[in-house]
Design a protein around this ligand. Structure first.
Ligand SMILES: [Zn+2]
Length: 211
């Protein structure tokens, strides 16, 4: 099982559709080349996206591509560090209340520059973004673990705000290196548990010493 294997069963139909699309992307079996001409014509009158994605602005994390979707399929909000501020919240409300979207995926990713800048307290003029990420990750220093923690923090805030709405919220983590999107469980695995176990002494051969 790969590092990006699913941690939770996929029950939500819209989330399943996203994951199926991501499998096509990873396996180079995309249903594309999507006919964007037909795609565009079929959405002139109205849009009916099936999922909302709150993703980072990182140029390597393009939701329509990594989920193999076409025009009109996804309602996408992108902001560095996939943070939730009032502007993003109003956009999400629009998606849920006006467009009737019932599945939201908060999508963090491997090697996130916004998370890294927050951890390293880099001299960048992004105070609002850093403030929001800091609230989620506190003193974590492992970038990818912190990025997942940041996703869970945003998911928690969104679930609270959407508790009276007909919308499910999920957290995802995009592995740039493999192309896989990992769906995060609500409860994080402690960082120390992710480290490889020590070698079994019965199977362990000490390194050869040169004389
Ligand atoms: Zn990022």
């Amino acid at each position: 099982m790969s590092a990006a294997a699913q941690e939770i069963p996929i029950m939500n139909k819209s989330l399943k559709r996203l994951i199926d699309g991501n499998h096509r992307f990873v396996n180079s079996t995309c249903k594309s080349l999507v006919d964007y001409h037909v795609n565009r014509l079929s959405t002139i009158e109205a849009q009916k996206p099936f999922a909302l994605i709150l993703a980072c602005s990182d140029s390597r994390v393009s939701p329509e591509i990594i989920f193999d979707q076409g025009i009109g399929d996804l309602f996408v909000i992108r902001v560095a560090g996939n943070i939730l501020e009032e502007v993003q919240w109003e956009t999400i409300k629009f998606g849920v209340e006006i467009l009737g979207i019932d599945a939201i995926l908060v999508l963090g990713h491997e090697s996130c520059g916004a998370v890294q800048a927050t951890i390293e307290k880099a001299d960048l003029e992004i105070p609002l973004i850093r403030e929001q990420i800091s609230k989620g990750i506190s003193n974590l220093t492992n970038i990818n673990y912190a990025a997942k923690t940041n996703v869970r923090y945003v998911v928690g805030k969104l679930k609270e705000r959407l508790k009276d709405k007909n919308a499910e919220v999920f957290g995802g983590f995009y592995h740039i290196s493999s192309g896989e999107v990992e769906i995060l469980s609500e409860t994080p695995v402690p960082l120390h548990a992710l480290r490889p176990p020590p070698p079994n002494p019965q199977c362990y051969s000490p390194p050869l010493k040169l004389k």
